[in-house]
Unconditional design. Structure first.
Length: 256
């Protein structure tokens, strides 16, 4: 009976070992399998069997990881101190490299993203940092993607989330923006005056070439002034007007 009990125990233990040897991997998971400590192959997804003691596996998630880069102190090219944080989107494309080439690839990518963020943004001025975020995002993404390629990691997107400035710098930027608006307003006003003066010059040249047009303009001005009955206006009549009228009399007498 003792022999039967011992045999039954052995059968149960063997059954548990065989049952524990089966592993199920989800669609987004892969298993990096080692045979006696040496890399063997990448398996999954689905059902797989591991030889106890001889084989070991490391699960790797292939889904995109959203990595929040904490605020970094950055000194821009024009010596302005700012705090910048960002978010990095990456995923594992080579499970074997992510396990063999680097220890804790998530932590390694986070540290690399922080140093790269400071290095790239430190080469640009504050105005570029505020106005050209898409360009800077692309530059950081390309550098990260190049350096993490040896780890089997693909960095797809980098987004600068927020740029924090101290109060004195915010006030300085506000004054600069106000001065820029005033400069543009003066330039627009000067351009308008220039266009108006050109138009008046063209009109004066045209009236000088056509005396009759000048007389008509003179009479039109008299009509506009006469419509205002609230005041008396003494308006000199130029001699040229009588001369023009005198030249019309003989023509009128001949017609009669």
């Amino acid at each position: 009976m003792v022999i039967g009990l011992g045999f039954g125990t052995i059968v149960v233990i063997v059954g548990l070992v065989i049952l524990a040897s089966f592993r199920v991997l989800r669609e987004y998971e892969r298993a990096v399998v080692f045979m006696l400590g040496r890399f063997w192959k990448v398996k999954g997804p689905g059902l797989m069997l591991l030889i106890p003691v001889v084989q070991q596996m490391v699960r790797v998630d292939l889904r995109t990881v959203v990595l929040d880069v904490p605020p970094q102190d950055v000194i821009t090219r024009d010596n302005v101190s700012v705090k910048v944080n960002a978010v990095v989107y990456f995923r594992v494309v080579d499970p074997a490299k992510s396990v063999i080439q680097v220890a804790r690839f998530l932590e390694a990518t986070s540290q690399l993203a922080q140093t790269t963020l400071r290095a790239i943004l430190g080469k640009h001025a504050l105005d570029e940092l505020l106005a050209e975020r898409e360009k800077l995002n692309l530059a950081i993404q390309q550098v990260l993607d190049t350096q993490t390629d040896a780890w089997g990691i693909k960095v797809s997107t980098v987004e600068i989330k927020q740029v924090d400035l101290n109060e004195s710098m915010v006030r300085a930027i506000a004054r600069q923006a106000e001065a820029e608006r005033e400069r543009r307003a003066k330039v627009i006003h000067a351009e308008g005056e220039l266009q108006a003066s050109r138009t008046l010059l063209e009109a004066a040249q045209m009236l000088a070439q056509q005396p009759q047009a000048m007389q008509l303009r003179y009479l039109q001005t008299l009509g506009n002034i006469a419509s205002d009955k609230s005041s008396t206006i003494v308006f000199p009549v130029p001699i040229e007007l009588f001369t023009a009228l005198g030249t019309l009399k003989p023509t009128e007498s001949k017609a009669t």
